[in-house]
Unconditional design. Structure first.
Length: 292
């Protein structure tokens, strides 16, 4: 399912100067805003998702941030600053002096990011707001992310994906941790998955397909499958494909080009490279050895 930020807002005295520019990566949506604020401009925002607000450039003026009607205001006087706002937490802002403001909003899909990281995130840290702070490294990453949002010739998605993950890890102060021990697949799960792989071994099988068969997340399934078999799912699948290919090679009437196409390879050269890597010899050599 595609992640879409869920946010409502009410603003006064704030005018958009440029078209909104945005990008979506795995677990994060980034928006770049360029606005003009009148004296006394204000806004009220609440998002169903945790987000990071980063001021990239500010002409002049003072922004006052307030978390609730009962809470005290936080003055963010620095030209550039940022605020982490937990999910479902209202945020008020007020601009005391007129000026232009350019900022980046990062909306986080916490379940997706936790799955990518392979660990549960600290709920207390996720629920703790941080207003008007400055972190040079996070701000440098935010600038690079903003450039990707506005660039007409943006880089490969993996570049931005790496930037947002690095920023989120810094923001959540995540350290290196030992991978959690995973329980192996049960016998019924393993039978269902391996049977599915055998039946579909001549086509590309997505990890999500296999995880769905076991009612597990992709990350958990991968660890549980390897714990049960000693091999990652992709390697198990390729070995099943090579066994099926060997069955076809045993038929001397089937040309190698036809076998390559039937086995889902782009061409015979690709087929030969993969077969040699798994079987130690080329398909032609394997066939000749079987004949003798």
């Amino acid at each position: 399912m595609v992640f879409r930020p869920r946010m409502t807002s009410s603003i006064e005295g704030i005018t958009l100067l440029d078209d909104l520019r945005w990008r979506r990566w795995n677990g994060v949506v980034a928006d770049v805003w360029h606005v003009h604020c009148q004296p006394g401009a204000r806004g009220e925002y609440v998002s169903r998702d945790a987000r990071l607000f980063v001021v990239l450039e500010r002409e002049r003026g003072q922004t006052q941030l307030q978390l609730s009607a009962r809470g005290g205001a936080v003055d963010a006087c620095a030209p550039v600053h940022m605020s982490y706002v937990p999910a479902d937490m209202p945020l008020w802002s007020r601009i005391e002096a007129a000026g232009e403001l350019r900022h980046l909003d990062l909306h986080f899909d916490i379940p997706a990011l936790a799955e990518r990281l392979g660990e549960d995130l600290d709920p207390d840290r996720l629920a703790t707001p941080r207003l008007g702070f400055m972190d040079e490294r996070i701000h440098a990453l935010a600038r690079l992310i903003a450039e990707e949002c506005v660039a007409p010739d943006a880089r490969h998605d993996l570049y931005g994906d790496g930037l947002v993950m690095a920023l989120f890890i810094d923001l959540m102060r995540l350290g290196r941790s030992q991978a959690p021990r995973r329980t192996a697949l049960s016998q019924w799960q393993l039978r269902r998955v391996t049977s599915f792989i055998e039946e579909n071994c001549l086509r590309n099988v997505r990890l999500q397909e296999l995880a769905t068969l076991t009612d597990l997340s992709q990350s958990y399934f991968s660890h549980a499958f390897k714990a049960a078999t000693g091999l990652p799912p992709g390697q198990w699948h390729m070995q099943a494909r090579m066994r099926r290919v060997q069955q076809m090679l045993a038929n001397p009437d089937l040309p190698l080009t036809q076998i390559a196409v039937a086995a889902g390879f782009a061409d015979q050269a690709h087929f030969t490279r993969v077969f040699r890597r798994f079987c130690g010899v080329t398909p032609a050599a394997w066939r000749r050895a079987r004949r003798t």
